[in-house]
Ligand binder design. Sequence first.
Ligand code: GDP
Length: 362
Amino acid sequence: MILSSQDSHDGALHEKGGIDPPDSLSQSAADRLKSNRKKVPSVSQLVEGILAGDKTSLSQAITRVESKAKKHQKEAKDIIEACLPYANQSVRIGITGVPGVGKSTFIEAYGKLLTQSGYKVAVLAVDPSSSLSGGSILGDKTRMEELVKDPKAFIRPSASGDSLGGVARKTRETVILCEAAGYDYIIIETVGVGQSETAVHSMTDFFLLLKLAGAGDELQGIKRGIMEMADAIVINKADGENEKAAKQAKLEFNRALHLYPTKDSTWRPKTLTCSALEQQGIDTVQALISDYFSLTKENGYFQEKRNEQNKFWLLQTIESQLKRDFYDHPDIKKELERQLQLLSENKTTPFEAAEMLLRKGR
Ligand code: GDP
């Protein structure tokens, strides 16, 4: 989990104020509790705060988005709806790479470059591992220590959830809130676990793959799908003794990228090197990202991709809702048990059983 000082100011404490104070509490403590309870902001107060760029309101609204409580979910829906007209104004950048490649160091350096240029930057993460393993691959240490303190930056750890779909959906909704709060750059970080890269790719405009120069065959162990998704590959830690190997890796990756067919965007992905630690080459990465946005905004691909992504998320949402409704239905649960039993006794086939269940579900 990315720890952020913002979270300590979050509304979570106030939100717990729904219990009556026990008799033993002193009057002043009871008054304090009561006034804390009053501090729970309303939907319209949160929306107002978000639109004014208030980080506490933004944090509190995201807590609603992430909450499982029905009441919060309803409030989250209302907040998102109110924010929607102010969304879509940012550029969204996905960043991926294995643990230790330097994601947080890079985002800190890149984020600072952006805020120094006057932009507001929000950093979100998609890390379903935090709910699966109880610990987060993105690290429980305090990350991006300087960026966290930057008034123009907002850092939020990955939402927890029991599925990647759930985490991804919450992140997507969080993007809307961040955009309404005036963030110009939304950076979404992920590690290459399972499908999380695909999920981040499907909610960002630009996808950056961070790599390390290894010994020799750079392309080994890199999934073809990820190469295809990448709009840029950045070889990090190009400093000290590593600089030469990084330059070599850059050549190899560039050569490999040329073998892929031209993208619909007409953009040709490129490989760069940088040292996030020494803050070298970050400006070149930013120049490349700017070139990408100039090209794709001019040729219409930027909007086209966002439309495609909206369609994808619409269908995805329907699909997951239908699936949930189906499996949660008591009749289906019972019938599924029965069919599984029949299957184990060789009295039906998986296809027949599926058809039977689907018929029941109609
Ligand atoms: P993450 O797990 O991908 O977020 O990686 P971190 O940003 O936490 O970095 C992992 C380690 O690599 C830390 O010890 C960093 O100081 C170090 N590191 C990150 N970027 C660089 C770099 O450009 N050069 C060098 N030499 N070390 C780096």
